[in-house]
Design a binder for this molecule. Structure first.
Ligand code: ADP
Ligand code: ADP
Ligand code: MG
Length: 660
């Protein structure tokens, strides 16, 4: 086996490759740009080499710089991961020319499959069914329009060099054709430097089902079953699964056979994926799937295949690149159970999935799922690269179990600091059609309203934010007020949410019940308990839990699916506003009186600082709620006082009007 490899990538995939290499005793060399100097993949690798400024074009796409880094480090092979240089035949050649091994297919195979039109022509020759359409060289607008008529609308126009869902346009009818064509052409030219297009019949009710293939340099090709990637948004995969739901065995056999034929046709070695578009309007049929394209690399969603087959595809890649035969014969490859993968992104679903780079204040994952990530708490999601935070893969004996486990895992994922699609994914995982396996590539778009909008925070979310943000101490079960006759224990709170203020009232009752009132709604919380970063409360007899985090002026609360960020007003004003306007000064929280500024008989004016109360390592200045004369003081310097305790009583200055 190789003794050292260089990984020409970053993020989760670089980390994932390092893990397998380490397990196999292979040393790893990471490369990094300026933005990634402290990235996880750099920390995990045995060595790391700086390759340039943050933009990918100045670092992760610099073939010569990466190749000399590899030579300098003594690496014998380069793994390109996915994206970046992974499907660049020139890079594969340069690696070989420099006397190293490219951990991936041959440059020729990449080239043959690199352009969708040429790939389809090749597949036709191998008798693999391709999507009906025009994939020739003639790019004359009038000619293409006639071809579209022949195919029959709706048609898809695809930039032949496209990828990642880019450069694809739908034309529903002849009127839309010219516009769709020019927009596919210009996107193809702008992103891939190639405006050449092909035209395909648009399959109605389509499902995207792909087959994982693997070849070695001895001419063996096997498949590792299929994945269903129909959960897409704008032609991009969101949640993938393996195997495909309701896949009849004869269709699976036909599809995997076609995929192996396709790979053999180009003498493929290493990991590859044959993507099929499938007619999902009824039962899947042997004559109802068509070759779309081949991805000549390790795929983002490979973990679902690993989960159901128990194989490590990166290990297979290293072995094949080293010249070994495939680890298993086809008949030895079996699958069991079901797996799902969700892609967690730093993006804002409510703002049309706008990328949301920034610092991850907290990032915590559940333990019962496979997590692939390249970041940790405190890291930045950089604006320079793909804003993926992590992939969560869950496994179950049945599809329902695996999906339920995904739904739970998404709930248990806590990510604060950037917007994420976690709530969106969770709603998707709970979608009835998805749950029943009734999938097609249009499902997300049809349900976008329900999936993409962030629901308003619940009263429980508000309650948790108030408890944490206002540091209401719950450690004393009696909360102190029982010492006093009917003290006023209704506090008004104001929090900022989504740039607007939210005000609500929390009433504390003698039996340890908190009642929150907001905009006509009311909820009672009992048995409220804080345990590290989790708060428990009983609501209508049911125990509810929320995960919270306080960071500077923000309180992040996640009580189930969505994370909400609240802000408190200046903490020093909090005490004053919580006390409200009465003729008593009440301790807004349990604490110690560190300063008493007044005595009985003193005349005070509204906003005068009367007491400094230290609570939870913070000094709170308790200000006079109104003008008055002090009649009674119930505390002394250094006294510990309980929340709700009446500290000072005063009366109105004679002759003054009520200023409520
Ligand atoms: P990319 O290289 O961007 O992945 P693909 O050719 O694989 O492009 O297509 C991306 C997605 O677009 C597919 O997963 C599928 O959802 C949709 N799609 C592609 N071709 C068709 C088609 N002929 N009919 C319906 N949907 C299609
Ligand atoms: P600081 O950052 O000032 O140390 P935090 O507000 O982060 O204070 O809280 C520190 C600890 O106190 C955390 O472990 C948290 O679980 C606990 N805690 C936070 N708010 C409360 C509260 N209202 N009552 C009891 N414990 C709390
Ligand atoms: Mg594709």
């Amino acid at each position: 086996m190789f003794s050292k490899i260089l990984i020409a990538n970053r993020g989760e995939i670089a980390c994932r490759i390092i893990k397998t290499a380490r397990r196999m005793g292979v040393k790893t060399v990471a490369v990094y740009s300026d933005a990634d100097a402290y990235a996880l993949h750099v920390k995990m690798a045995d060595e790391a080499i700086h390759i340039g400024p943050s933009p990918a074009s100045d670092s992760y796409l610099k073939m010569d710089v990466i190749i000399s880094a590899a030579k300098q480090s003594g690496a014998q092979a380069i793994h390109p991961g996915y994206g970046f240089l992974s499907e660049n035949p020139e890079f594969a050649e340069k690696v070989a020319d420099a006397g190293m091994v490219f951990i991936g297919p041959s440059a020729d195979a990449i080239r043959m499959m690199g352009l969708k039109d040429q790939a389809k022509r090749l597949m036709e020759q191998a008798n693999v069914p391709v999507v009906p359409g025009y994939h020739g060289d003639n790019q004359d607008v009038g000619f293409l329009a006639k071809e579209a008529d022949k195919i029959g609308y709706p048609v898809l126009i695809k930039a032949r060099a496209g990828g990642g869902g880019k450069g694809i346009r739908l034309a529903k009818n002849a009127d839309e054709f010219a516009q769709a064509l020019s927009s596919a052409q210009s996107e193809g030219k702008a992103i891939f430097g190639d405006g050449h297009v092909l035209i395909e019949k648009y399959i109605i009710n389509p499902r995207h089902i792909e087959v994982q293939v693997f070849g070695d340099t001895h001419g063996n090709v096997v498949h590792l079953f299929e994945r269903d990637c129909s959960m897409q948004r704008r032609h991009q995969k969101v949640i993938e699964e393996a195997p495909a739901p309701d896949m009849p065995q004869d269709v699976r056999e036909a599809m995997t056979r076609a995929a192996v034929t396709a790979a053999k046709q180009i003498k493929y070695h290493s990991a590859g994926t044959i993507e099929f578009i499938v007619d999902g309007s009824g039962e899947l049929r042997k004559d109802g799937f068509w070759f779309m394209e081949m991805n000549t690399r390790l795929q983002v969603e490979h973990p679902v295949t690993e989960a159901i087959t128990g194989q490590d595809l990166v290990e297979w890649q290293l072995r094949v690149a080293y010249g070994e035969k495939l680890p298993l014969f086809q008949k030895e490859i079996t699958m069991q159970g079901h797996a799902f993968e969700s892609r967690i992104y730093a993006e804002a679903p409510s703002e049309d999935f706008k990328p949301s780079p920034g610092k991850l204040i907290a990032l915590e994952f559940p333990r019962n799922a496979r997590i692939d990530t390249g970041v940790e708490s405190g890291d930045d999601i950089s604006p320079y690269y793909d804003p993926m935070i992590a992939k969560i893969t869950t496994y179950g004996a049945t599809r329902a179990e695996a999906l339920e486990s995904m739904s739970e895992s998404l709930d248990k994922t806590f990510c604060a600091g950037t917007s994420t699609n976690i709530g969106f994914l969770k709603r998707l995982a709970n979608n009835e059609d998805f749950k029943s396996g009734n999938v097609d590539t249009g499902l997300i778009e049809r349900n976008m309203n329900g999936l993409g909008n962030l629901p308003e925070p619940t009263l429980f979310d508000l309650f948790v934010a108030a408890i944490i943000g206002y540091r209401i101490d719950l450690t004393n079960p009696k909360l102190g007020w029982s010492l006093w006759q009917k003290p006023k224990l209704e506090f008004e709170f104001e929090l900022e949410y989504a740039d607007s203020p939210i005000s609500f009232v929390i009433a504390i009752e003698n039996n340890g019940i908190f009642k929150l009132q907001h905009g006509g709604a009311c909820e009672a919380f009992s048995k409220v308990k804080i345990d590290k970063d989790v708060i428990h409360a009983t609501i209508k007899g049911e125990m509810c839990t929320a995960h919270f985090l306080k960071n500077e002026g923000s309180i992040f609360v996640k009580s189930n699916t969505d994370l909400y960020e609240f802000k408190t007003p200046d903490p020093l004003d909090v005490a004053a506003s919580a006390v409200g306007s009465s003729d008593q000064l009440i301790a807004p929280m349990t604490g110690t009186v560190t300063k008493l500024n007044v005595g009985v008989g003193d005349k005070i004016s509204k906003e005068d600082p009367l007491i400094v109360l230290e609570a939870m390592k913070l000094e709170n200045i308790l200000k006079a709620p109104r003008d008055g004369i002090i009649t009674e003081i119930n505390c002394a310097q250094c006294d510990a006082v309980s929340e709700g305790a009446v500290l000072i009583t005063f009366e109105k200055v004679a002759g003054e009007k009520e200023d409520e």
